[in-house]
Ligand binder design. Structure first.
Ligand code: ATP
Ligand code: ZN
Ligand code: ZN
Length: 754
C-alpha cells in the first residue's frame, strides 16, 4: 500500500509536522493537495488533514489508514503546498495556518454513504445566509414606496435600499437598522422576497461600465515598452506622481498578459479601493473578474476559488489576501500603492505580500509590478541598487499642474493669538471654498498623537538618545520609555529646548475637530470618515458617493481619506497636524509622514482648477515636511536612505520581533527571557557571535497590556535573516522551550512593535 504524509488540521506546535497514513486501495487516486479524513490519537477520533507527500515507505511502524476524501473540497496545487512549507519556515506560522490562507479550514463536513463507500462532503454553508430583493411587483421604485404609509419609515428605508439584485441581510442591516419584523411584513405584502445564494448574480455584471483607452503619453508608453521587452520574469517599480496615469499603464500590462493566455493578480491596499478599480477593469475588458478579500465568507471564497481554478477568471482583484488566489498560470502581479503597510499582515500568518509575490515569481515565472507615487524607501533602494527595474512617470496627465503646498508653522499661530487647531491660512481657504462651491479634504491622524510628550511652545519632542525615536508616554508609571532599547526617563516639567512649562502629552482627534468645524463653519456640510464613523458595512461607499456627488463641502478623516480618490472638485487639502505621524515611535515615521502628506496633497487639483494644500506643523523644518512641499521624492529618498544606513535600519537590515503575551505579568517576563536565553545559547553554541551582536535585550512593551494580557518582547536587527529564520524555526521545535506557556509572536519586519 502507498503511504501519504498528512498534516492534521490542528493548530498546535506539537502537530506542526506530517504524519504517515496508508492509502487504502479504493482511494488510490489520493494525491498531494487533497483534503482527507484520518483517525487520530488513542481514541482514533476522525479529523481532517491535507496530503503533502505520496511515498512508498515509512520509517514508522503501525500506520493507520486514511478514512476518506472530502470530495467537494478544493484540491491544492503542488506549488501551493510548496508555498505553505515556505511560509511555515519564513513567517514562523503553523503549516495548516498557511493552508488556511488558500482555503477556509474551518468548514464543516459530514459523513455520507455513497455506493456502500464512506465519503465526506462539505456542508453547504452559504445557503444559510439570507438575501432580499424587490419582488418585481412594480417596475418603478415610487410605486413600491406609494404602497406604504408615509410614517412607515423603516419599511420605506428598506424599499429604497433594495433593487432586483439580492442584498444580504448583513448589508441591509448595515444600511438601515431594519428589524426582522419589518422584513416579515414587507414579504407578507408581496413587496420584497427572501432568496438564497443560488440565484445571486454578480452585482457588477448588472452595471454597464466603460473605461475607454487613453492614448498613452511618452512616459506611459516607455513603461509599457520596458515591460513588453522584458525577456525574463522581472520586477518593476512604477514611480509615478499622483495623477500620472499609473492605472492606465497597469491595464495595458494586463492586456499584454492575457494576450499570452496568462492570468493577472491586481492588488490594492484596502478593500475600499477595489470598487474604483473594478469599474475600470470591467469597463476596459468587458469581462467578469475574480474578487477576493478577507470579508468573503467561506462559501463565497469557495465559489471564487472554483472560478479562478477553472480559468473562468483571468483577472483577480483584491486586497492583500488576493495574493493567495489559486491561479495556476500567473503571468503578472500588480501591487498598487505598494508602500502601504496593509500589505504586511499583522495577524497570523504574519506574511509580507511582496515576499509571497517574489516566491510566486520563482515558481510561476511571472512579472511583478509595484506602483506608487511615494514608493517605500526599501523598494526604491532595490530599484536603484538591485534587481528591480525603475520606471518613472514624472508628470500628471494632460499637463495638469501639481498642487501648490503651503507649510504653516503652528507656533506662529500661537504667538499670533490663534489658539485653535486651524491656521489662519487654512481657515481662509475653507471659507473661500465653501463660498465658491469647491470641496475640501482635511486629514488628521489621531493615532500616536496622544502618547508622545511634546512642547506646545516650541514643538520639542522627547526622543531616545540611543535610537533617535520618540519616547512613548506611559500613563501607569508616568514616565517615558523607548521601546526599541527599553531606555527610560522622566517626563521633563520644563522644556529642555525653550525652557517653557508648556510641555505635556496632549490628544486631539477627528471627533473633536468635527465639532470645532461645525462651530467655525455653521453653513458647511461636513462628512467624517474614520474607523468610528465607518463601522457599518457600506458606510464607506456611501460616504464616498455623497462626497463625489457634491453633497458635502468638507471631508474630514484619518488615513482613509489620503489615497486613491479621484474627486475632480477638490481644490483644497488641509493636513491638520503633520507631526502626528512624525512622532510615532518608529524608524519609519519620517517615511510615513512624507508619504501621507504627498498622497493626501495629491487629491487636490485633479480637475480643471489648481489645487492648494495647507500643511500645519510644529516642525516646519523637518525634511519629510520641507521636501513634500516641492513634491521632491528623490531628495527625500536620499536623505532618508542615509539615515537608514547610519542607523542600520531596513533596507540595510531586517527587524525580527519576538514577543510574548500572558495574563500573568511575571510569567510573561520569565518566558520572554527564557526564549531569549535559549536563542542566545543556540547562537553561542554554534559560534555565531556576529548574530549575537544583533540581538537587543528583552523589554516590556510600550503598550504594556492588551486585553488583560501582559506583553514582553525583544528585537533583532539583522543582516542574516535567512540564518536567523532557520535557527528560530529549529529552536521552536526544541524541548528546552516547550514549557513556555505564554503566547509567542514572531514577526519579520513588523509594521509596528507597539
Ligand atoms: N494618457 C492619458 N491621457 C489622458 N488622461 C489619462 C491618461 N492616462 C490616464 N489618464 C486619466 O488620468 C487620471 C488619473 O489617473 P490615475 O487615477 O491612474 O492616476 P494615478 O497615477 O493612479 O494617481 P494616484 O497615485 O494619485 O492614485 C484618470 O482619470 C485617468 O483616466
Ligand atoms: Zn519648548
Ligand atoms: Zn532607545
Amino acid at each position: 500500500m502507498k503511504i501519504a504524509a498528512v498534516f492534521i488540521n490542528q493548530l498546535n506546535s506539537n502537530m506542526d509536522h506530517s504524519f504517515d497514513y496508508f492509502i487504502p486501495s479504493h482511494l488510490d487516486y489520493i494525491d498531494i493537495g487533497v483534503r482527507i479524513v484520518v483517525p487520530f490519537g488513542i481514541k482514533n477520533k476522525s479529523i481532517d488533514g491535507l496530503v503533502v507527500e505520496i511515498k512508498e515507505k515509512s520509517e514508522f511502524k503501525g500506520l493507520k489508514t486514511i478514512e476518506g476524501v472530502i470530495c467537494n473540497y478544493p484540491k491544492l496545487s503542488m506549488w501551493q503546498v510548496e508555498m505553505c512549507f515556505w511560509m511555515q519556515k519564513n513567517y514562523h506560522c503553523y503549516f495548516m495556518e498557511a493552508v488556511s490562507c488558500y482555503i477556509p479550514s474551518n468548514m464543516k463536513y459530514k459523513k455520507v454513504k455513497i455506493d456502500n463507500k464512506i465519503e465526506y462532503l462539505l456542508n453547504n454553508s452559504e445557503q444559510k445566509i439570507k438575501y432580499y430583493k424587490l419582488s418585481g411587483k412594480y417596475s418603478l421604485k415610487e410605486d413600491y414606496l406609494n404602497t406604504t404609509r408615509p410614517n412607515a419609515l423603516m419599511q420605506r428605508q428598506v424599499l429604497s435600499c433594495l433593487n432586483d439584485i439580492p442584498t444580504s441581510l448583513e448589508d441591509l442591516k448595515g444600511l438601515t437598522n431594519c428589524t426582522g419584523g419589518t422584513l416579515k411584513s414587507l414579504i407578507e405584502k408581496g413587496l420584497i422576497e427572501e432568496c438564497s445564494k443560488v440565484n445571486i448574480r454578480n452585482p457588477y455584471k448588472e452595471k454597464e461600465y466603460s473605461y475607454p483607452e487613453n492614448n498613452l503619453n511618452y512616459y506611459q508608453q516607455k513603461s509599457l515598452d520596458a515591460f513588453v521587452e522584458a525577456m525574463e520574469p522581472s520586477t518593476f517599480l512604477i514611480h509615478g506622481v499622483t495623477g500620472s496615469g499609473k492605472t492606465e499603464v497597469f491595464l495595458r500590462l494586463i492586456e499584454e498578459t492575457i494576450k499570452k493566455d496568462k492570468g493577472c493578480l491586481y492588488l490594492v491596499p484596502e478593500i475600499s479601493l477595489t470598487s474604483q478599480v473594478i469599474e475600470r477593469i470591467m469597463g476596459r475588458f468587458k469581462q467578469d473578474i475574480g474578487i477576493i478579500h478577507s470579508k468573503l465568507n467561506a462559501g463565497e471564497r469557495i465559489d471564487q476559488w472554483n472560478n479562478i481554478k477553472s480559468k473562468n477568471y483571468n483577472i483577480v482583484l483584491g486586497a492583500r489576501s488576493a495574493i493567495f488566489a489559486p491561479m495556476d498560470n500567473i503571468g503578472l502581479i500588480i501591487m498598487d500603492e505598494e508602500h502601504e503597510n496593509t500589505y504586511k499582515s499583522s495577524n497570523r500568518p504574519r506574511y509580507n505580500t511582496v515576499g509571497i509575490a517574489k516566491k510566486l515569481q520563482e515558481m510561476h515565472g511571472c512579472h511583478i509590478v509595484l506602483g506608487s507615487a511615494t514608493p517605500s524607501v526599501t523598494s526604491y533602494y532595490n530599484a536603484i541598487h538591485n534587481d528591480i527595474h525603475l520606471l518613472e512617470l514624472p508628470n500628471r496627465v494632460n499637463d495638469i499642474p501639481m498642487p501648490k503646498i503651503e507649510i504653516v508653522n503652528m507656533k506662529d499661530e500661537l504667538y499670533a493669538g490663534n489658539r485653535t487647531v486651524i491656521s489662519r491660512a487654512l481657515f481662509e481657504g475653507i471659507e473661500n471654498n465653501i463660498k465658491s462651491g469647491e470641496q475640501t479634504i482635511l486629514f488628521l491622524n489621531k493615532r500616536g498623537y496622544s502618547s508622545f510628550v511634546f512642547c506646545r511652545n516650541c514643538g520639542f519632542v522627547v526622543r531616545c538618545s540611543n535610537c533617535d525615536i520618540s519616547m512613548t508616554y506611559h500613563h501607569s508609571s508616568r514616565e517615558m520609555l523607548c521601546h526599541y532599547c527599553s531606555h527610560k526617563s522622566m517626563v521633563p516639567s520644563i522644556c529642555p529646548k525653550c525652557k517653557s512649562n508648556k510641555i505635556k502629552h496632549t490628544g486631539s482627534g477627528t471627533q473633536k475637530l468635527e465639532l470645532q468645524l461645525h462651530k467655525y463653519f455653521p453653513q458647511a456640510k461636513i462628512l467624517r470618515m474614520d474607523t468610528d464613523s465607518m463601522q457599518k458595512k457600506g458606510a464607506y461607499d456611501s460616504a464616498i458617493h455623497k462626497f463625489s456627488s457634491g453633497q458635502a463641502d468638507i471631508l474630514l478623516g484619518t488615513q482613509m481619506v489620503t489615497k486613491g480618490f479621484d474627486f475632480q472638485n477638490v481644490t483644497l487639502v488641509g493636513v491638520i497636524l503633520a507631526d502626528s505621524t512624525l512622532n510615532i515611535p518608529d524608524f519609519k515615521a519620517s517615511e510615513r509622514t512624507f508619504q501621507l502628506i504627498t498622497q493626501v496633497a495629491g487629491r487636490a487639483g485633479r480637475g480643471t482648477k489648481l489645487g492648494n494644500v495647507v500643511v500645519q506643523t510644529y516642525e516646519p523644518n523637518h525634511y519629510s515636511i520641507t521636501l513634500s512641499k516641492n513634491h521632491d521624492y528623490n531628495s527625500f529618498y536620499e536623505k532618508e536612505i542615509s539615515y537608514r544606513k547610519m542607523m542600520n535600519y531596513p533596507p540595510f537590515s531586517d527587524i525580527i520581533y519576538i514577543g510574548f503575551t500572558n495574563e500573568n505579568e511575571e510569567v510573561v517576563s520569565k518566558d520572554c527571557h527564557k526564549y531569549y536565553n535559549s536563542l542566545l545559547k543556540c547562537l553561542q553554541d554554534n559560534n555565531l557571535h556576529e548574530l549575537v551582536k544583533e540581538m537587543f535585550n528583552p523589554t516590556l512593551s510600550p503598550v504594556k497590556k492588551i486585553n488583560n494580557r501582559f506583553r514582553w518582547y525583544f528585537i533583532i536587527k539583522t543582516v542574516h535573516i535567512k540564518l536567523y529564520n532557520e535557527i528560530i524555526y529549529n529552536l521552536n521545535l526544541n524541548k528546552d522551550i516547550s514549557d513556555i506557556s505564554s503566547t509567542k509572536i514572531i514577526d519579520i519586519n513588523p509594521n509596528t512593535i507597539l
